[in-house]
Design a protein around this ligand. Structure first.
Ligand SMILES: Nc1ncnc2c1ncn2[C@@H]1O[C@H](COP(=O)(O)OP(=O)(O)O)[C@@H](O)[C@H]1O
Ligand SMILES: [Mg+2]
Length: 453
């Protein structure tokens, strides 16, 4: 058994680790944009190259003849790498290009939900250059000045601007929306929702949709959810695979939405009768009118993968093969009933500058119930060196979030080098804040209902 893994970063390391734990002991051929010591250790060969160089990837694929491929990041998926690999007879755990529009076009996704009657979007409109003149009226009147402007193409998590945070007036919103239209032809403008966000990722094969544990991510750089946005500073999940601020009906609704979306994608892209194959990532928000979709991604999240993959008790290679032949079922996928807390170690100046790039970092020995996934770091004869981006994801596993948090925290505190992490991720104080936020949103809803009644 041989698997071609196209992925960098800690997400790629967590996928490689799940493959390596398979009793089928697959040989891993990895293709990464920079050396990843963690993935390298688990691979029979690691090719360091541009992961958008499809010609080069296809050459390696035809030379190494893998049984299947796994594509980690959105750029090669959105560029159609799964389609290209299939042309040379290699199937991928990643959706085809037209199905990956679920991430690469936020306008496609909002329209898809509408077309198939999935009632989970805020008020929104997709604008092209011919509709640009009505932007101002839509933002000011229809949305009452509380709005979000979304770039309608892949932009590495940097294309969304929210009123009150990045945009301070209707005029600034219109200007940014026009900039987006100029760059990519269209823009999504939508109502600003308020509430706690969470992710629910499902292993998906056509209409078979098997959920992984729900996760909450923390995008902001500094403690207390302050500072600039990052790729994600850390995440947590709970032992029951839901989250403390969610009721059973909320998680059931998110799960239902993922299933409805897989079904809608199957109908929308009949040229791929196998449907969506890969990780279907629903980004949700709990609002006063229920669970809504913030966005969809066509891959595992980073850090979310770091929480999910260590919990997987089933054979990941078998799961992948079932996803590829359309026989995936829920009983094949077992996750441990443990809580996880992931804290990312990053260079001190991340994400503002890359000043510590090349400096040395020393990781302590990894104790039981802690897993460390390598991100942007490299290795020389003396040890590990920092890259400019997120360094390593440290995951604690425990019976409770508190236990998992203590384990991750204790490890992070022992790391030597010019690095930082967020001590508050997974802390009781922060989780209680989310519970209170959810409670106030629900009370507001009851109050509104009572007023209407
Ligand atoms: N309709 C919305 N209301 C409120 N906040 C939003 C809305 N859409 C996006 N956001 C905020 O912006 C962040 C990024 O938006 P998202 O759609 O997830 O795009 P991306 O991850 O591609 O940057 C979200 O995590 C959320 O905090
Ligand atoms: Mg997002």
């Amino acid at each position: 058994m041989k698997v071609l893994l196209i992925s960098s970063s800690a997400r790629g390391h967590s996928i490689a680790d799940a493959l390596a734990r398979s009793p089928q002991k697959p040989e891993i051929v990895s293709i990464c944009p920079s050396t990843n010591p963690g993935i390298k250790k688990l691979s029979i060969e690691q090719h360091v190259m541009d992961i958008m160089d499809f010609e080069g990837i296809l050459k390696i694929a035809s030379d190494t003849k893998p049984d299947f491929a796994i594509i980690g990041p959105e750029d090669p998926i959105g560029g159609g790498l799964a389609d290209e690999l299939e042309k040379i007879g290699i199937r991928s755990i990643a959706p085809k290009k037209s199905l990956s529009r679920i991430e690469s076009s936020k306008g496609f996704t909002r329209n898809l939900l509408n077309k198939y009657g999935i009632d989970a979007s805020p008020k929104f409109k997709v604008f092209g250059s011919t509709e640009a003149s009505s932007l101002s009226t839509f933002i000011a009147q229809d949305l009452g000045g509380e709005f979000v402007v979304k770039y309608d193409a892949l932009k590495g998590g940097k294309g969304v601007k929210v009123s009150g945070e990045h945009l301070n007036s209707v005029e600034e919103g219109v200007a940014y929306a026009k900039e987006c239209i100029e760059e990519c032809g269209s823009v999504v403008v939508e109502e600003k929702l308020v509430g706690p966000e969470f992710s629910l990722i499902s292993f998906t094969s056509g209409l078979q949709v098997v959920d992984t544990p729900a996760i909450q991510d923390h995008k902001r750089a500094y403690e207390g959810d302050t500072g600039p946005n990052t790729g994600g500073m850390g995440t947590y999940s709970d032992a029951d695979h839901s989250l403390t601020f969610l009721e059973a009906s909320d998680i059931a609704r998110a799960s239902e939405i993922n299933k409805l979306v897989a079904d809608a994608l199957m109908k929308e892209c009949p040229e791929h009768p196998e449907g969506y194959v890969g990780f279907l990532y629903g980004g949700f928000i709990l609002t006063k009118t229920g669970v809504k979709v913030i966005e969809y991604n066509c891959r595992l999240g980073d850090p979310e993968a770091l929480n999910i993959m260590p919990l997987l008790e089933s054979d990941f290679v078998s799961i992948c093969l079932s996803m590829l032949d359309g026989s995936l079922s829920k009983d094949m996928v077992k996750f441990a009933n443990k809580a996880t807390v992931c804290k990312y170690i990053t260079p001190e100046s991340y994400p503002v500058s890359k000043d510590q790039k090349g400096e040395r970092i020393i990781l302590p020995p990894v104790p039981d119930n802690v897993v460390v996934f390598h991100g942007d770091l490299s290795e020389d004869q003396e040890g590990l060196l920092l890259g400019g981006s997120r360094t390593a994801g440290v995951v604690g596993l425990g019976a409770t979030i508190e236990q998992a948090e203590h384990l991750a925290q204790a490890f992070c505190e022992q790391v030597t080098g010019p690095v930082r992490f967020r001590p508050d991720i997974g802390s009781d104080a922060l989780i209680q804040q989310r519970v209170l936020q959810a409670k106030s949103i629900r009370t507001e809803d009851q109050h509104n209902t009572a007023t209407v009644a």
